[in-house]
Ligand binder design. Structure first.
Ligand SMILES: [Zn+2]
Length: 379
C-alpha cells in the first residue's frame, strides 16, 4: 500500500508563530474514485477528529494493494481554531481575529467557473464533469489567499475540489448522529446514511453562507441550473457534513465503530478492496432541512428538558422549561418551550443555560416549516 503523510504549512499569521496541516494520503494520486475526509473544521468538535484518527489506523492496517482509489484523511482540519482559548475555554467555532465562522464563507467558485465554461460544454455529462472539475480548480487557483484563514480555506478546498466523495466530520452540542446532504445527492447518499447509522438525514440544495460541504455540491447544482439540460452537468461529488452526535461524545469504542462504518462505506464505494458487509437498515428516510424546527428560548434562564434525544414529539408539546433563577419563586416561574412540529428531538444544549432567543434544541420533522426560510444553518 502506498501512503504519504504530508505536512502543509500555513502562512505565519504573526512573527514567531507557524501552524501546519497533517494529511494522510492513501493510494495513487489521481486514482479513482477519490475520497476526502476531514475532521474538526469547527475545532472544538472533537468526536469526528477521534473517528478519523481511528480511520487512519484502519487504513494503515489495510493489506497491501487494497486501496483502489485515492483516500485523503485530515483528522484535524483547523489548527487555527485548535489553538484558540479564552480564560480556559476552547473556542473553535469562530476565528478569534475576525469573528468568522470556520465553516462558513468558503470561496464561491461558480461565477468564475461559468465564465471559464462558456462554449466549452456539450451533451456528454461525463465530459462536462471533467471540464467543470478543471474550471473549478482554475477558479480556486485564482482566488487570492494572503491571510492564514484564507490560506487554510484554499488548501482544504484544493484537496477536495476533484474528489468523488467529500465528508466533513462535525458534531452538534448534544445530539443524535445526523447528516447534512444536498437534495440532489439523495438517494445516492442512502448507503452513507445507513452505514454510519444516521438518525436524521437533512436535505437542502443550499443551506446558505458557503459551508465546506456545499462547495462540492451546491456549486455543481448552480452550474447545472445555469447550463441547462442541453449541456448536462451531473453532481460532482457525494459531499456531506456528518454530525458525530454531541461535543461530549468522545469515546474510543464509539469512534472505532464509527471509523469501521466509514471504512465499510469506502469499501462499498470501491475505494478499498475489502468486504463492506451487509448494509444496515436506514433508521429514518431523508427529510428536508426546512422541516427541522429550531427551538428558541423565549426568556433567559436554566434549561430543563422534558424530552430526551430521539423522543417523539407532537406540535405544541412541551420540550423544555426555562427557569428564571432571579424570580421570587424561581421553581414556580417556568416558561415552556414547545415544539412547532411533529417529529423527534434531534439535539439539545450541552450547557443547560440559555440567553433570550438562543436555540435550545432541534426537532426533526417531515413537513417544511414557514419559519425556516432563507439561511438554514445557525451561525
Ligand atoms: Zn461544526
Amino acid at each position: 500500500m502506498s501512503k504519504i503523510i504530508e505536512r502543509i504549512p500555513l502562512p505565519s499569521p504573526t512573527p514567531g508563530t507557524r501552524r501546519e496541516l497533517t494529511l494522510h494520503r492513501y493510494g495513487e494520486a489521481g486514482a479513482r474514485p477519490k475520497a476526502y475526509l476531514q475532521g474538526s473544521l469547527h475545532a472544538d468538535e472533537t468526536p469526528g477528529m477521534l473517528t478519523l484518527c481511528h480511520l487512519v489506523d484502519r487504513l494503515d492496517g489495510a493489506a497491501a494493494g487494497r486501496i483502489r482509489g485515492e483516500i485523503v484523511v485530515v483528522p484535524a482540519a483547523n489548527p487555527i481554531g485548535m489553538s484558540q482559548a479564552l480564560l480556559g475555554n476552547h473556542l473553535g467555532r469562530y476565528e478569534a481575529a475576525s469573528g468568522g465562522n470556520f465553516n462558513r464563507g468558503f470561496f464561491s467558485l461558480a461565477p468564475r467557473a461559468i465564465e471559464l465554461l462558456e462554449g466549452r460544454l456539450g451533451a456528454d455529462p461525463e465530459a462536462n464533469k471533467q471540464a467543470v472539475r478543471a474550471a473549478l480548480a482554475q477558479a480556486l487557483d485564482e482566488v487570492p489567499a494572503t491571510g492564514e484563514l484564507a490560506a487554510l480555506r484554499k488548501i482544504l478546498m484544493g484537496q477536495a475540489i476533484d474528489a468523488d466523495i467529500v465528508l466533513d466530520c462535525h458534531c452538534d452540542l448534544e445530539a443524535l448522529m445526523h447528516l447534512y446532504l444536498g437534495s440532489d445527492l439523495w438517494p445516492d447518499g442512502r448507503d452513507l446514511a445507513a452505514q454510519i447509522g444516521s438518525a436524521a438525514t437533512l436535505l437542502a440544495i443550499e443551506a446558505g453562507d458557503n459551508p465546506f460541504d456545499e462547495i462540492f455540491s451546491a456549486t455543481w447544482h448552480r452550474l447545472a441550473a445555469h447550463f441547462g439540460s442541453e449541456r448536462p452537468i451531473p453532481p460532482g461529488a457525494l459531499s456531506a457534513t456528518i454530525e458525530y452526535r454531541g461535543q461530549a461524545d468522545v469515546d474510543d469504542a464509539v469512534a472505532a465503530g464509527d471509523a469501521d462504518n466509514l471504512y465499510r462505506f469506502l469499501a462499498r464505494r470501491g475505494l478499498i478492496d475489502d468486504e463492506a458487509g451487509p448494509l444496515p437498515e436506514l433508521a429514518t428516510e431523508a427529510r428536508p432541512l426546512e422541516a427541522t424546527a429550531l427551538l428558541h428560548a423565549p426568556v433567559p434562564g436554566i434549561v430543563v428538558y422534558r424530552k430526551r434525544l430521539g423522543d417523539a414529539v407532537s406540535a405544541g408539546e412541551l420540550i423544555a422549561e426555562i427557569v428564571d433563577p432571579m424570580a421570587d419563586r424561581p421553581n414556580a416561574a417556568r416558561v415552556p418551550v414547545v415544539s412547532e412540529t411533529d417529529g423527534f428531538l434531534l439535539s439539545r444544549l450541552v450547557q443547560k443555560f440559555a440567553r433570550r432567543g438562543a436555540v435550545v434544541g432541534k426537532v426533526c420533522g417531515e413537513r417544511p416549516l414557514p419559519s425556516r426560510r432563507g439561511t438554514l444553518l445557525e451561525d
